[in-house]
Design a protein around this ligand. Sequence first.
Ligand code: WQD
Length: 345
Amino acid sequence: MEMPKKIIVTGGAGYIGSHTIIEMLENSCFEIISIDDFSNSTPKTYERIKKITGKSVTNYNCDLKNIEELEKIFEKEGEICGIIHFAAFKLVPESVANPHKYYDNNINSLLNILQCCLKFDVANFIFSSSCSVYGNISQLPVKENTPLNKAESPYAYTKQIGEEILKDYSKIYSKLEVIALRYFNPVGAHVSGLIGEDPINKPSNLVPVITQTAIGKIKQMTVYGHDYATRDGSCIRDYIHVTDIAIAHIKALNYLIESKNKTNFSIFNLGTGNGVSVFEAISSFEKISGIKLNYVVGGRRDGDVEAIYSETTLSKTELKWETKFSLDEMIDSAWKWELNLKSEH
Ligand code: WQD
Protein backbone atom coordinates (compact mmCIF):
# COMPACT_ATOMS: atom_id res chain seq x y z
CA MET A 1 0.00 0.00 0.00
CA GLU A 2 1.43 3.36 -1.08
CA MET A 3 2.33 5.72 1.81
CA PRO A 4 -0.26 8.55 2.12
CA LYS A 5 0.96 11.87 0.72
CA LYS A 6 1.37 14.61 3.34
CA ILE A 7 -0.59 17.75 2.41
CA ILE A 8 -0.62 21.03 4.34
CA VAL A 9 -4.04 22.74 4.30
CA THR A 10 -3.92 26.36 5.46
CA GLY A 11 -7.28 27.64 6.72
CA GLY A 12 -8.31 24.03 7.35
CA ALA A 13 -10.93 25.05 9.96
CA GLY A 14 -12.60 27.41 7.52
CA TYR A 15 -15.66 26.87 5.37
CA ILE A 16 -14.06 25.56 2.17
CA GLY A 17 -10.97 24.18 3.92
CA SER A 18 -13.00 21.95 6.25
CA HIS A 19 -15.22 20.62 3.46
CA THR A 20 -12.10 19.87 1.38
CA ILE A 21 -10.46 18.04 4.31
CA ILE A 22 -13.58 15.87 4.65
CA GLU A 23 -13.38 14.81 0.98
CA MET A 24 -9.61 14.22 1.29
CA LEU A 25 -10.08 12.05 4.39
CA GLU A 26 -12.77 10.00 2.60
CA ASN A 27 -10.23 9.41 -0.17
CA SER A 28 -7.47 8.16 2.12
CA CYS A 29 -4.34 8.65 0.00
CA PHE A 30 -3.61 11.91 1.83
CA GLU A 31 -2.26 12.65 5.31
CA ILE A 32 -3.50 16.11 6.27
CA ILE A 33 -1.77 18.77 8.36
CA SER A 34 -3.98 21.81 8.95
CA ILE A 35 -2.71 25.28 9.88
CA ASP A 36 -5.42 27.58 11.17
CA ASP A 37 -5.29 30.44 13.74
CA PHE A 38 -9.10 30.52 14.11
CA SER A 39 -9.33 34.15 13.01
CA ASN A 40 -12.58 33.33 11.21
CA SER A 41 -13.34 29.79 12.40
CA THR A 42 -13.46 27.67 15.55
CA PRO A 43 -11.74 24.45 16.76
CA LYS A 44 -15.28 22.96 16.86
CA THR A 45 -14.83 22.39 13.12
CA TYR A 46 -12.42 19.49 13.80
CA GLU A 47 -14.95 17.83 16.13
CA ARG A 48 -17.48 18.04 13.30
CA ILE A 49 -14.96 16.58 10.81
CA LYS A 50 -14.31 13.70 13.22
CA LYS A 51 -18.08 13.12 13.63
CA ILE A 52 -18.45 12.82 9.85
CA THR A 53 -15.28 10.91 8.93
CA GLY A 54 -14.28 9.24 12.22
CA LYS A 55 -10.80 10.73 11.73
CA SER A 56 -8.84 13.37 13.68
CA VAL A 57 -6.92 16.15 11.96
CA THR A 58 -3.63 17.61 13.23
CA ASN A 59 -3.96 21.39 13.39
CA TYR A 60 -1.29 23.98 14.21
CA ASN A 61 -2.77 27.18 15.65
CA CYS A 62 -0.31 29.45 13.85
CA ASP A 63 -0.66 32.88 12.24
CA LEU A 64 0.86 32.52 8.75
CA LYS A 65 2.28 36.04 9.09
CA ASN A 66 4.66 34.62 11.76
CA ILE A 67 7.40 33.14 9.55
CA GLU A 68 9.46 31.79 12.46
CA GLU A 69 6.53 29.76 13.81
CA LEU A 70 5.55 28.66 10.31
CA GLU A 71 9.02 27.35 9.47
CA LYS A 72 9.06 25.32 12.71
CA ILE A 73 5.99 23.45 11.43
CA PHE A 74 7.70 22.57 8.15
CA GLU A 75 10.86 21.52 10.02
CA LYS A 76 8.80 19.26 12.29
CA GLU A 77 6.60 17.72 9.57
CA GLY A 78 9.37 16.70 7.14
CA GLU A 79 8.52 15.89 3.52
CA ILE A 80 5.38 17.70 2.31
CA CYS A 81 3.90 16.61 -1.03
CA GLY A 82 1.68 19.66 -1.51
CA ILE A 83 -0.05 22.69 -0.05
CA ILE A 84 -3.62 23.88 -0.43
CA HIS A 85 -3.61 27.54 0.59
CA PHE A 86 -7.13 28.61 1.69
CA ALA A 87 -6.22 30.96 4.54
CA ALA A 88 -7.26 34.52 3.67
CA PHE A 89 -9.82 37.11 4.70
CA LYS A 90 -12.66 37.07 2.19
CA LEU A 91 -15.37 39.63 2.88
CA VAL A 92 -15.76 42.17 0.06
CA PRO A 93 -17.45 44.94 2.11
CA GLU A 94 -14.96 44.53 5.00
CA SER A 95 -12.01 44.80 2.59
CA VAL A 96 -13.42 48.09 1.24
CA ALA A 97 -13.71 49.44 4.80
CA ASN A 98 -10.35 48.07 6.05
CA PRO A 99 -7.88 47.57 3.15
CA HIS A 100 -4.79 47.28 5.40
CA LYS A 101 -6.23 44.22 7.18
CA TYR A 102 -6.66 42.53 3.78
CA TYR A 103 -3.37 43.49 2.11
CA ASP A 104 -1.35 42.72 5.25
CA ASN A 105 -2.97 39.35 5.92
CA ASN A 106 -3.65 37.96 2.46
CA ILE A 107 -0.38 38.98 0.83
CA ASN A 108 2.07 38.39 3.70
CA SER A 109 0.52 34.99 4.49
CA LEU A 110 0.99 33.95 0.87
CA LEU A 111 4.60 35.20 0.74
CA ASN A 112 5.46 33.32 3.94
CA ILE A 113 3.94 30.04 2.83
CA LEU A 114 5.79 30.38 -0.48
CA GLN A 115 9.05 31.05 1.37
CA CYS A 116 8.51 27.71 3.13
CA CYS A 117 7.75 26.00 -0.17
CA LEU A 118 11.11 27.13 -1.53
CA LYS A 119 13.05 26.40 1.66
CA PHE A 120 11.51 22.94 2.22
CA ASP A 121 11.18 21.89 -1.41
CA VAL A 122 7.40 21.62 -1.70
CA ALA A 123 6.46 21.06 -5.34
CA ASN A 124 2.64 21.18 -5.58
CA PHE A 125 0.70 24.32 -4.67
CA ILE A 126 -3.04 24.93 -4.95
CA PHE A 127 -4.14 28.57 -4.50
CA SER A 128 -7.64 29.57 -3.43
CA SER A 129 -8.47 32.33 -5.89
CA SER A 130 -11.79 33.93 -6.76
CA CYS A 131 -14.02 34.99 -9.65
CA SER A 132 -13.74 38.49 -8.20
CA VAL A 133 -10.37 38.75 -10.03
CA TYR A 134 -12.38 39.32 -13.26
CA GLY A 135 -13.83 42.62 -11.99
CA ASN A 136 -16.89 44.08 -13.73
CA ILE A 137 -16.94 42.01 -16.89
CA SER A 138 -19.30 42.43 -19.87
CA GLN A 139 -18.40 39.39 -21.96
CA LEU A 140 -20.10 36.50 -20.11
CA PRO A 141 -19.59 33.64 -19.33
CA VAL A 142 -15.98 34.29 -18.28
CA LYS A 143 -13.18 32.00 -19.42
CA GLU A 144 -9.83 31.58 -17.66
CA ASN A 145 -8.15 33.61 -20.43
CA THR A 146 -10.71 36.44 -20.32
CA PRO A 147 -8.63 39.60 -19.68
CA LEU A 148 -9.04 40.77 -16.09
CA ASN A 149 -10.60 44.14 -15.40
CA LYS A 150 -9.79 46.41 -12.45
CA ALA A 151 -10.50 44.65 -9.15
CA GLU A 152 -13.65 46.11 -7.58
CA SER A 153 -12.40 45.68 -3.99
CA PRO A 154 -9.15 45.25 -2.02
CA TYR A 155 -10.19 41.63 -1.39
CA ALA A 156 -10.40 40.97 -5.13
CA TYR A 157 -7.11 42.81 -5.68
CA THR A 158 -5.32 40.57 -3.15
CA LYS A 159 -6.41 37.62 -5.28
CA GLN A 160 -5.18 39.28 -8.50
CA ILE A 161 -1.83 40.07 -6.83
CA GLY A 162 -1.67 36.52 -5.44
CA GLU A 163 -2.03 35.03 -8.91
CA GLU A 164 0.67 37.35 -10.30
CA ILE A 165 3.07 36.40 -7.47
CA LEU A 166 2.47 32.70 -8.14
CA LYS A 167 2.97 33.17 -11.89
CA ASP A 168 6.38 34.79 -11.24
CA TYR A 169 7.45 32.19 -8.65
CA SER A 170 6.47 29.20 -10.82
CA LYS A 171 8.38 30.73 -13.77
CA ILE A 172 11.64 31.11 -11.85
CA TYR A 173 11.55 28.35 -9.23
CA SER A 174 11.21 25.40 -11.59
CA LYS A 175 10.25 22.81 -8.96
CA LEU A 176 7.13 24.76 -7.99
CA GLU A 177 3.97 23.67 -9.86
CA VAL A 178 0.92 25.85 -9.21
CA ILE A 179 -2.83 25.76 -9.83
CA ALA A 180 -5.04 28.77 -9.05
CA LEU A 181 -8.69 27.79 -8.56
CA ARG A 182 -11.07 30.69 -9.19
CA TYR A 183 -14.15 29.99 -7.03
CA PHE A 184 -17.37 31.58 -8.11
CA ASN A 185 -19.82 31.77 -5.21
CA PRO A 186 -19.38 28.86 -2.79
CA VAL A 187 -22.61 28.07 -0.90
CA GLY A 188 -24.33 25.23 0.93
CA ALA A 189 -23.14 22.68 3.48
CA HIS A 190 -22.06 19.05 3.78
CA VAL A 191 -25.00 16.74 3.00
CA SER A 192 -24.85 15.31 6.55
CA GLY A 193 -25.95 18.69 7.90
CA LEU A 194 -23.20 18.30 10.54
CA ILE A 195 -20.89 21.00 9.16
CA GLY A 196 -21.28 24.16 7.12
CA GLU A 197 -20.45 27.84 6.98
CA ASP A 198 -20.10 28.98 10.61
CA PRO A 199 -18.40 32.39 10.40
CA ILE A 200 -17.31 34.04 13.64
CA ASN A 201 -18.20 37.38 12.14
CA LYS A 202 -21.67 38.53 10.99
CA PRO A 203 -22.10 37.07 7.46
CA SER A 204 -22.21 39.35 4.43
CA ASN A 205 -22.64 36.58 1.84
CA LEU A 206 -26.15 36.08 0.43
CA VAL A 207 -26.96 32.48 1.39
CA PRO A 208 -25.95 32.62 5.08
CA VAL A 209 -27.81 35.94 5.32
CA ILE A 210 -30.92 34.24 3.86
CA THR A 211 -30.77 31.30 6.28
CA GLN A 212 -29.94 33.52 9.30
CA THR A 213 -32.89 35.79 8.43
CA ALA A 214 -35.21 32.79 8.13
CA ILE A 215 -34.05 31.31 11.47
CA GLY A 216 -34.38 34.71 13.21
CA LYS A 217 -30.70 35.57 13.85
CA ILE A 218 -31.12 38.50 11.44
CA LYS A 219 -34.38 40.48 11.74
CA GLN A 220 -34.77 41.44 8.08
CA MET A 221 -32.44 41.19 5.10
CA THR A 222 -31.86 43.71 2.32
CA VAL A 223 -31.61 42.93 -1.37
CA TYR A 224 -28.85 45.29 -2.48
CA GLY A 225 -30.27 46.81 -5.62
CA HIS A 226 -32.98 45.84 -8.12
CA ASP A 227 -32.10 48.32 -10.86
CA TYR A 228 -29.31 46.36 -12.56
CA ALA A 229 -29.55 45.55 -16.28
CA THR A 230 -30.38 41.89 -15.54
CA ARG A 231 -33.50 39.78 -16.17
CA ASP A 232 -35.09 40.72 -12.84
CA GLY A 233 -32.98 43.76 -11.85
CA SER A 234 -30.95 41.95 -9.15
CA CYS A 235 -27.32 40.83 -9.43
CA ILE A 236 -26.42 37.56 -11.10
CA ARG A 237 -23.88 35.13 -9.62
CA ASP A 238 -22.67 31.56 -10.25
CA TYR A 239 -23.49 29.79 -6.98
CA ILE A 240 -21.65 26.48 -6.53
CA HIS A 241 -21.95 23.87 -3.78
CA VAL A 242 -19.00 23.84 -1.37
CA THR A 243 -18.61 20.06 -1.76
CA ASP A 244 -18.29 20.44 -5.53
CA ILE A 245 -15.54 22.97 -4.82
CA ALA A 246 -13.90 20.57 -2.34
CA ILE A 247 -13.77 17.70 -4.82
CA ALA A 248 -12.19 19.99 -7.41
CA HIS A 249 -9.23 20.48 -5.03
CA ILE A 250 -8.54 16.75 -4.94
CA LYS A 251 -8.75 16.63 -8.74
CA ALA A 252 -6.34 19.58 -8.96
CA LEU A 253 -3.86 18.04 -6.50
CA ASN A 254 -3.83 14.75 -8.38
CA TYR A 255 -3.48 16.66 -11.67
CA LEU A 256 -0.19 18.07 -10.35
CA ILE A 257 1.01 14.95 -8.50
CA GLU A 258 0.46 12.86 -11.64
CA SER A 259 2.23 15.60 -13.67
CA LYS A 260 -0.75 16.08 -15.98
CA ASN A 261 -0.32 19.87 -15.91
CA LYS A 262 0.83 21.35 -19.22
CA THR A 263 2.40 24.46 -17.67
CA ASN A 264 3.72 25.11 -14.17
CA PHE A 265 1.07 27.78 -13.57
CA SER A 266 -2.54 26.78 -14.47
CA ILE A 267 -5.82 28.56 -13.75
CA PHE A 268 -9.25 26.89 -13.53
CA ASN A 269 -12.72 28.33 -13.03
CA LEU A 270 -14.79 26.56 -10.36
CA GLY A 271 -18.41 27.37 -11.17
CA THR A 272 -21.55 25.68 -12.48
CA GLY A 273 -21.75 27.84 -15.60
CA ASN A 274 -25.28 28.95 -14.56
CA GLY A 275 -26.07 32.55 -13.58
CA VAL A 276 -28.63 32.92 -10.77
CA SER A 277 -30.13 36.22 -9.55
CA VAL A 278 -30.59 37.28 -5.92
CA PHE A 279 -34.39 37.08 -6.31
CA GLU A 280 -34.08 33.58 -7.85
CA ALA A 281 -31.95 32.43 -4.89
CA ILE A 282 -34.60 33.82 -2.49
CA SER A 283 -37.38 32.04 -4.43
CA SER A 284 -35.45 28.77 -4.25
CA PHE A 285 -35.15 29.17 -0.48
CA GLU A 286 -38.86 29.96 -0.07
CA LYS A 287 -39.74 26.93 -2.20
CA ILE A 288 -37.58 24.40 -0.32
CA SER A 289 -38.25 25.78 3.19
CA GLY A 290 -41.89 26.83 2.80
CA ILE A 291 -40.91 30.05 4.61
CA LYS A 292 -41.70 33.55 3.28
CA LEU A 293 -38.42 35.45 3.65
CA ASN A 294 -38.52 38.83 5.41
CA TYR A 295 -36.61 41.17 3.07
CA VAL A 296 -36.69 44.69 1.71
CA VAL A 297 -35.08 46.05 -1.46
CA GLY A 298 -32.40 48.69 -0.77
CA GLY A 299 -29.66 50.51 -2.66
CA ARG A 300 -26.69 48.92 -4.40
CA ARG A 301 -23.69 47.66 -2.32
CA ASP A 302 -20.17 49.07 -2.94
CA GLY A 303 -17.88 46.57 -4.62
CA ASP A 304 -20.69 44.51 -6.21
CA VAL A 305 -20.42 43.57 -9.88
CA GLU A 306 -23.67 43.40 -11.87
CA ALA A 307 -23.33 39.86 -13.21
CA ILE A 308 -20.73 37.13 -13.43
CA TYR A 309 -20.84 33.42 -14.16
CA SER A 310 -18.28 30.90 -15.44
CA GLU A 311 -17.37 29.06 -18.60
CA THR A 312 -16.40 25.62 -17.27
CA THR A 313 -14.93 23.70 -20.24
CA LEU A 314 -11.30 23.83 -19.09
CA SER A 315 -11.90 22.43 -15.59
CA LYS A 316 -14.15 19.74 -17.10
CA THR A 317 -11.63 18.63 -19.75
CA GLU A 318 -8.39 19.08 -17.79
CA LEU A 319 -9.43 18.19 -14.24
CA LYS A 320 -12.18 15.71 -15.27
CA TRP A 321 -14.41 17.58 -12.79
CA GLU A 322 -18.13 18.45 -13.01
CA THR A 323 -20.53 19.99 -10.49
CA LYS A 324 -23.23 17.71 -9.12
CA PHE A 325 -25.48 19.90 -6.94
CA SER A 326 -28.48 21.92 -8.24
CA LEU A 327 -29.41 25.36 -6.84
CA ASP A 328 -32.27 23.85 -4.78
CA GLU A 329 -29.89 21.21 -3.34
CA MET A 330 -27.35 23.91 -2.45
CA ILE A 331 -29.97 26.04 -0.67
CA ASP A 332 -31.56 22.97 0.98
CA SER A 333 -28.16 21.89 2.42
CA ALA A 334 -27.52 25.41 3.75
CA TRP A 335 -30.95 25.50 5.42
CA LYS A 336 -30.48 21.98 6.93
CA TRP A 337 -27.17 23.16 8.43
CA GLU A 338 -28.74 26.37 9.84
CA LEU A 339 -31.44 24.24 11.51
CA ASN A 340 -28.78 21.90 12.94
CA LEU A 341 -26.73 24.85 14.20
CA LYS A 342 -29.80 26.03 16.12
CA SER A 343 -30.19 22.58 17.70
CA GLU A 344 -26.44 22.60 18.63
CA HIS A 345 -26.87 25.69 20.84
C1 WQD B 1 -23.91 37.92 -3.79
C2 WQD B 1 -25.05 38.83 -4.22
C3 WQD B 1 -25.06 40.98 -3.20
C4 WQD B 1 -26.06 39.82 0.85
C5 WQD B 1 -17.96 37.43 -2.62
C6 WQD B 1 -16.55 37.36 -3.10
C7 WQD B 1 -16.31 36.04 -3.77
C8 WQD B 1 -16.62 34.95 -2.80
C9 WQD B 1 -18.06 35.07 -2.31
C10 WQD B 1 -14.90 34.01 -1.40
C11 WQD B 1 -24.60 40.27 -4.44
C12 WQD B 1 -26.32 40.19 -2.85
C13 WQD B 1 -25.76 39.73 -0.50
C14 WQD B 1 -27.26 40.49 1.27
C15 WQD B 1 -27.79 40.91 -1.02
N1 WQD B 1 -15.71 35.04 -1.71
N2 WQD B 1 -26.63 40.27 -1.41
N3 WQD B 1 -28.08 40.99 0.30
O1 WQD B 1 -20.00 39.58 -3.21
O2 WQD B 1 -20.75 38.02 -5.11
O3 WQD B 1 -18.80 37.38 -3.74
O4 WQD B 1 -18.22 36.37 -1.74
O5 WQD B 1 -14.78 32.92 -1.83
O6 WQD B 1 -14.96 35.98 -4.16
O7 WQD B 1 -16.35 38.39 -4.05
O8 WQD B 1 -21.04 37.32 -2.72
O9 WQD B 1 -22.88 36.50 -1.35
O10 WQD B 1 -21.74 38.70 -0.71
O11 WQD B 1 -23.24 38.59 -2.72
O12 WQD B 1 -28.56 41.39 -1.87
O13 WQD B 1 -27.57 40.61 2.49
O14 WQD B 1 -26.03 38.86 -3.19
O15 WQD B 1 -25.39 42.35 -3.43
O16 WQD B 1 -25.29 40.80 -5.54
P1 WQD B 1 -20.19 38.21 -3.75
P2 WQD B 1 -22.23 37.77 -1.78
